[in-house]
Write a new protein. Structure first.
Lengths: 460, 233
């Protein structure tokens, strides 16, 4: 499918007449206002934004480009202008008497570019004295645009496979391939660590149903091995569901409707297995999407536990035996926006790292004030904007990494990891290793058997 | 002149004040009603209240929040201090409030009020200049973003001249008239411009939090509303 309009990212043609797009956009906007909970925020922001520009100082993109279009308030104004003109009484009246702004196709194109330059990292929200959440506006604008076909093809293709496709996951990994991968990892455990660890499939009544980013199964063997190792040594009751093993939810990047469907599928799988909780793997947006379970599945839905929360609790309880040696390399930690921005998960990974590393250093700033890796909001999945991502969007992160002098950057997020790796490749930081937290845990867990002794069965 | 003064301090003032109070009351009520409605529709009603309250209080008294763009932040902070305290606590104004509302409260000593007024005047002008030269704020600025601080400066300057006849090159009554009329205009504009942030500020952190609490099936309903429920991805 070819694109009719040229954006920085590829778009699937929806067969909509371009002249219809503004009308369709407003229809979608009206429906979302009707059925969603956005109106109150739009009303407030549209009325009282002070246009002070403090948000600009927090935005890493604006810091890098210094272009007015990248000021968060300026970007939000693109949508607020439409809201004021078409959905506020004062705006409608004003237009009737004085004319003025009309939504055009070109204006939609401007929005299409602007709202995919922002990663919705929400650093700006913290520095706005009026608490305006520009990340929310980006989130909403992207949904409305998606309803008129403006959405990066890279994201849609993955979602299509996950919701309508054979394999039911964003990386199109068929179940036999998944099982093969897990079998291979089990062999690795045997060969390298001399221990028998199984990846349990479809265990009914398991406490935790595991949902990593499905791409971890292809790309992050060490993280997955770390996950399994932690569950093994702590005697955790867990399983992988064969009907749904993908925690990825691109709906959070462009459509609340998609987000709802993916979350409900996760709840359904936990239900099918009579599991109790969702154990999210090392993926930022998958975690934040899973935190919407109470929204979409009600308070009786499964509880969400992040694998780092689990590991931390176990470590504190002394249930993860560690080797005496610590990780010698200089290690730093990148807080993924989706778990750290509102402070939900900031301390546990640090405490784990401080326990297992001998040379841990903090990035500055960190925790809730950390900078986005530059790949947030789905940007990392859009190959065609790589230069933009590893350039202006990621520049601040590159500087942060360089300042720490770290040899290893730990980031418990599949997307951040990909972005950070590409950042290092494109910015002369090839010697820096990027990995997950469980990768490091794997290195220091004491399985109780001497390693590499060959075929001997473990006593466990 | 007498007639105009009575007019400015009488009917015009009362009209402007009424419009301001009604406008603000309407916005507060709509906001509260909107927030309740959002909360009731939300699938997830767990609000991190402590965080929201903390953030709201932090920004009401933004000491320690001035690191980011410190000079601009300092100026606007001082500006707000003057703009809030002087209209309410200047002895002359306290008299007016007593006459109008029947309530009275302690007034600032006039010397303190003078300092605050001078600070507010300088800060108001500084705000305008900083906005004009700021790389960040200038692209965002609309007419009201320059006009409102200038209007406020006019209110303060005319008020200062009324209280300090030695500084006043004009006679008292015209300056008093200017003060009353500019103040009236300002009151009138409050609910119509971003000045409404004066009443909405305590709610904004809550609103930004609530907006992420979606109704459980908003997405599906939107799809149905747009006739897309059977559309493939």
């Amino acid at each position: 499918m070819t694109t009719q309009r040229k954006y920085s990212y590829h778009v699937e043609e929806k067969g909509l007449e371009l002249s219809e797009r503004p009308t369709r956009f407003l229809e979608a906007f009206a429906a979302i206002l009707d059925h969603g909970n956005y109106q109150i925020a739009l009303d407030t922001y549209a009325r009282m934004s002070a246009k002070c520009g403090r948000c600009a100082a927090a935005c890493q993109l604006y810091e890098a480009t210094e272009e007015p279009q990248d000021i968060p308030c300026q970007r939000s104004e693109l949508l607020l202008r439409v809201y004021r003109r078409y959905f506020m009484q004062s705006g409608v009246l004003k237009a009737r008497f004085f004319g003025g702004f009309t939504l055009t196709d070109d204006y939609l194109d401007e929005m299409a570019e602007a709202f995919y330059r922002c990663t919705a990292c929400r650093r700006c929200k913290a520095t706005c004295p009026l608490g305006i959440d520009h990340g929310l506006i980006t989130h909403l604008a992207r949904w409305i645009m998606a309803e008129v076909g403006i959405v990066p093809r890279a994201l849609v293709v993955s979602v299509r496979e996950q919701l309508d496709g054979e394999t039911g996951n964003t990386s199109a990994i068929p179940l036999p391939a998944l099982k093969d991968t897990c079998e291979f990892l089990e062999e690795e455990f045997q060969d390298i660590y001399n221990i028998e660890i199984k990846y349990p499939f479809d265990v009914e009544g398991a406490e935790y149903v595991f949902f990593p980013a499905v791409s971890d199964y292809i790309m992050e063997a060490d993280t997955l091995m770390g996950n399994a190792a932690v569950m093994h040594v702590t005697g955790g009751s867990w399983t992988i569901g064969t009907q749904n093993y993908d925690g990825i939810n691109y709906g959070i990047f462009y459509s609340d409707h998609i987000m709802e469907r993916v979350v409900k599928n996760i709840a359904a799988e936990v239900d099918r297995l009579k599991g109790k909780k969702v154990l999210v793997g090392e993926c930022g947006h998958a975690t934040r999407s899973a935190w919407f379970l109470p929204t979409f599945s009600g308070p009786e839905g499964p509880q969400v536990v992040h694998c780092m929360e689990y590991a931390h609790e176990m470590l504190e309880a002394g249930r993860i035996p560690l080797k005496p040696e610590r990780i010698p390399e200089r290690v730093t930690y990148h807080d993924p926006c989706n778990i750290a921005r509102v402070g939900r998960i900031t301390e546990q990974p640090r405490e784990i790292l401080k326990t297992i590393c001998s040379n841990y250093v903090e990035m500055t700033p960190n925790r809730t004030e950390n900078y986005c890796c530059g790949g947030g909001g789905g940007a990392v999945s859009i190959d065609e904007i790589r230069a933009f991502r590893t350039g202006p969007l990621g520049k601040r992160k590159v500087d942060q990494i360089r300042e720490t002098g770290a040899e290893i950057v730990v980031s418990p997020c599949a997307n951040c990891k990909k972005q950070l790796k590409e950042l290092c490749q494109d910015n002369d930081l090839e010697e820096v290793e990027v990995m997950g937290l469980h990768d490091l845990l794997l290195r220091v867990i004491d399985f109780g058997v001497p390693e590499g002794v060959g075929e001997e069965e473990s006593e466990e | 002149m007498d007639f105009w003064l009575q007019w400015a301090r009488g009917p015009v003032f009362w009209t402007a004040l009424t419009i301001m109070l009604m406008g603000l009351a309407r916005q507060v009520l709509l906001t509260i009603w909107g927030a309740v409605r959002v909360y009731q529709r939300a699938g997830d009603r767990t609000i991190p209240t402590r965080q929201v309250v903390k953030a709201t209080l932090k920004w009401l008294v933004p000491v320690g929040r001035l690191r980011n763009r410190w000079l601009y932040s300092l100026t606007t902070f001082l500006f707000h201090v003057g703009v809030i305290l002087v209209p309410l606590f200047l002895a002359g104004h306290v008299e007016l409030w007593k006459r109008g509302l029947g309530l009275s409260w302690p007034a600032l000593p006039n010397s303190a009020a003078t300092v605050l007024t001078v600070v507010a005047m300088i800060a108001a002008l500084a705000v305008v200049i900083q906005r004009a030269i700021s790389r960040d704020a200038r692209p965002l600025s609309r007419f009201q973003d320059y006009a409102l601080p200038l209007l406020i400066a006019a209110v303060f300057v005319s008020g200062f001249l009324v209280m300090h006849p030695a500084w006043n090159p004009f006679s008292l009554e015209p300056v008093l008239l200017v003060h009353a009329l500019t103040a009236d205009l300002l009151l009138f504009l409050v609910p119509l411009t971003k000045l409404s942030h004066m009443i909405l500020l305590p709610f904004t952190q809550l609103i930004s939090e609530l907006a992420w609490h979606f109704p459980p099936d908003a997405g599906s309903r939107v799809a149905v509303a747009l006739g897309k429920e059977n559309e493939p991805i």
